[in-house]
Design a protein around this ligand. Structure first.
Ligand code: 1HN
Length: 328
């Protein structure tokens, strides 16, 4: 309770206000007015910085960890890619990416969760993600979805190491802490290979045909969910980009952030004044509200996979992009 002496006997108004604030704090209340400007800002202020994780640097870590810890101890053997300006689990302010490794004969046990996940395959073949009873075989360049609350386990039936990029929305669930996770009674959820096109798998060949169909030095094609005709997830969307040798994508500044995986080629990402050199397999964090351009080297065609949080940002009525921007 406010002590009557605070207002009546204190002649210094600042001291009186401090006393009121102190008293209010004891009742779990703080003044808004000193902080309003930091939370209601004229423009977005994402904390993430542009960053690249070269595959040549990360692959030896994946390989070494795979030798040292089995999937019985590491339910998911993943190196989380942490934005240097943020902490675990943030790759951008809203998105997460990791590199997961699975060796021949291994199984990563079945679980399901409210968190949405996708995989973009970097290396290997004859491994699978079983999703809700459907055994989805994976090879380089495939996009595989594990939608919310669908059982999923991974296995490698081939004879080579398999490495993929995991893309998840779990940073968002820090702000909205409503995650449910369940573990299946057995290691694997019973599954079968399906022959018809899957709503959970988007093969690279199919995407590359769409990218190569239009003429022009660059093209960006969204992944369209085969079932809904919309985005691939409620929070996360994806696209792929073609950049002909020596060409450059149009500059784009948007309120959604992205994570890139370089499917093929090499070049330079110009992100908000920073210049990052990239090559095949690399992962790039593109913060929201920074202008971004991708420039391909002259050697050959460059292809990029992009996951982004536009569905989330649109649901918040906060999607804005500079005039002429892709998807604006
Ligand atoms: C997860 O379930 C997987 O199922 C990968 O492969 C990465 C990162 C955070 C939370 C859950 C997977 C994950 C994850």
């Amino acid at each position: 309770m406010l002590d009557a002496t605070m207002t009546t006997t204190t002649s210094n108004p600042n001291a009186a206000l401090d006393a009121v604030i102190e008293a209010a704090k004891k009742h779990s209340a703080v003044p808004l007015w000193p902080v309003l400007g930091t939370l209601s800002t004229p423009e977005p202020r994402p904390k993430a910085v542009p960053h690249i994780w070269p595959f040549a640097v990360m692959r030896p870590f994946c390989e070494a960890a795979a030798k040292l810890v089995g999937t019985e101890f590491a339910e998911r053997r993943v190196f989380s890619l942490i934005n240097p300006a943020l902490g675990d689990p943030y790759t951008t302010d809203t998105l997460y990416a990791g590199l997961q490794t699975i060796l021949p004969g291994e199984v990563a046990r079945a679980h399901r969760h409210t968190i949405f996940a996708l995989r973009f395959i970097i290396e290997g073949d004859r491994a699978y993600t079983a999703v809700e009873g459907e055994k989805v075989m994976m090879q380089r360049g495939d996009l595989v979805l594990t939608p919310q609350d669908e059982w999923h386990d991974h296995g490698n039936e081939g004879d080579k190491i398999m490495i993929w990029m995991d893309g998840l929305d779990h940073p968002i669930w820090r702000a909205v802490p409503l995650v449910f996770t369940e573990h299946y009674g057995n290691k694997q959820f019973p599954s079968e290979v399906t022959t018809k096109p899957s709503v959970r798998k988007y093969p690279w060949d199919e995407m590359q045909a769409k990218l190569d169909a239009p003429s022009g030095p660059t093209a960006e094609v969204p992944y369209v969910h085969r079932g809904t005709g919309g985005e691939i997830g409620a929070t996360i969307g994806a696209s792929a980009i073609r950049i002909n040798a020596g060409a450059e994508t149009p500059a784009l500044r948007e309120t959604s952030s992205s994570i890139i995986n370089v499917y093929q080629g090499s070049g330079t990402a110009l992100i908000g004044g920073e210049t990052l050199r990239f090559t095949q397999g690399d992962v790039i964090a593109v913060p929201a509200w920074k202008q971004v351009r991708f420039r391909a080297d002259t050697g050959g065609t460059t292809y990029l996979f992009r996951m982004h949080d536009r569905p989330l940002v649109r649901a918040l009525n906060a999607y804005r992009a500079d005039a002429g921007a892709v998807g604006a």
